[in-house]
Design a protein around this ligand. Structure first.
Ligand code: SF4
Length: 328
């Protein structure tokens, strides 16, 4: 039997998980856990890079994240699930890697420049924010991961991780494999106002939303902007609600909606209600499990304790090798 490839990925606990998080990463992780040796972590230290002024939400978001993961289908029997800050070796490796990482590698990181521009209400001119790709590299190579599941926009980060691993190996001997990016096929899913789905835009549908909350959010969704009245023919190709139908409604229903929209036989409110019902049905098992895990906190505690034990053992072994290689 061939050994499964090890992969590592994390998510920042900055809010409850929404559908873009699900379709953009989590769903893929759930598929990968059958074929790979998976390490998935809640990146609470990374949450500090942009949210250091108000950390009050991090404990609750960390808890909600592990519950969302378990409810959606990440299985502790298949994947190692843990919290980044529980494994202090990540910080030690981050420090050691920061000694060998040239600052121009970090300054040219495209995400760094974009985020500084986009999040201009926050002061991101910190050492931690500039250096987060080094922490990310430590998070990944500490488990000697061979792959990292990412979206296309994250590929430059994996490149920095590979460069840092290569530089370490060049300076101190071959300790780390260079992890490859495993590209995630993402379903196109936008927020209710057609912008990127995000808690800060108040345009998200969450995995833990109640049916009532989902219905209320869907009814506010932006549709074909050129369709002013029910008697106007619509264009599903430019309608966000229709994108959700593609994901959550049966194919026959989706094509009927398409025809009826183009011939003005269905109004947007009715169309949204049909979609919302299908979405609610699809998310019902996740919501039910969410409730279950909220009612059984001891199960969640056990999952995190087991993850800490397994990840901690491997991280310790790697750090022993690293210290020996550096002669510390
Ligand atoms: S009928 Fe449905 S698909 Fe057509 S524009 Fe309205 S919401 Fe969109």
């Amino acid at each position: 039997m061939t050994e499964k490839k090890r992969i590592v990925s994390g998510m920042r606990p900055t809010g409850a998980l929404h559908l873009e998080n699900y379709h953009g990463a989590l769903k893929n992780w759930i598929c990968l856990q059958d074929s790979h040796d998976c390490f998935f972590f809640i990146a609470d230290w990374h949450a500090l890079t942009s949210n250091y002024e108000d950390t009050s939400g991090i404990p609750a978001f960390t808890r909600q994240m592990i519950i969302d993961w378990l409810s959606a289908g990440l299985a502790p029997k298949k994947s190692t699930l843990f919290v980044q800050s529980h494994i202090k070796e990540h910080a030690e490796l981050f420090l050691l890697l920061s000694m060998i990482t040239p600052t121009p590698w970090l300054e040219r990181n495209p995400t760094y420049k974009d985020q500084i521009d986009q999040l201009n209400s926050k002061d991101l001119s910190t050492f931690g924010f500039l250096g987060y790709p080094v922490l990310q590299a430590a998070d990944i190579i500490i488990y000697k991961a061979q792959g990292v599941p990412v979206g296309i926009d994250q590929v430059p980060h994996i490149e920095i991780t590979r460069e840092i691993a290569r530089r370490f190996n060049y300076l101190f001997g071959n300790v780390f494999p260079e992890p490859a990016a495993i590209l995630t096929e993402m379903a196109k899913i936008l927020g209710t106002d057609r912008r990127k789905m995000s808690k800060s835009y108040d345009n998200a549908i969450y995995l833990s939303d109640t049916p009532e909350a989902i219905m209320a959010t869907v009814l506010k969704m932006v549709t074909d902007p050129q369709r002013a009245r029910k008697s106007d023919p619509g264009n599903p190709d430019i309608c966000n609600v229709y994108e959700f139908h593609r994901l959550y409604s049966p194919d026959t229903m989706t094509s009927t909606i398409n025809e009826k929209c183009r011939s003005a036989q269905i109004g947007c409110v009715d169309c949204k209600k049909i979609m919302a019902k299908n979405l609610i049905d699809a998310l019902a098992p996740i919501l039910e499990k969410n409730q279950y895990f909220n009612d059984h906190p001891e199960i969640v505690d056990d999952v995190l304790a087991a993850g800490k034990k397994k990840a901690g053992r491997i991280a310790k072994e790697t750090l022993e090798e690293v210290r020996a290689a550096i002669k510390l």
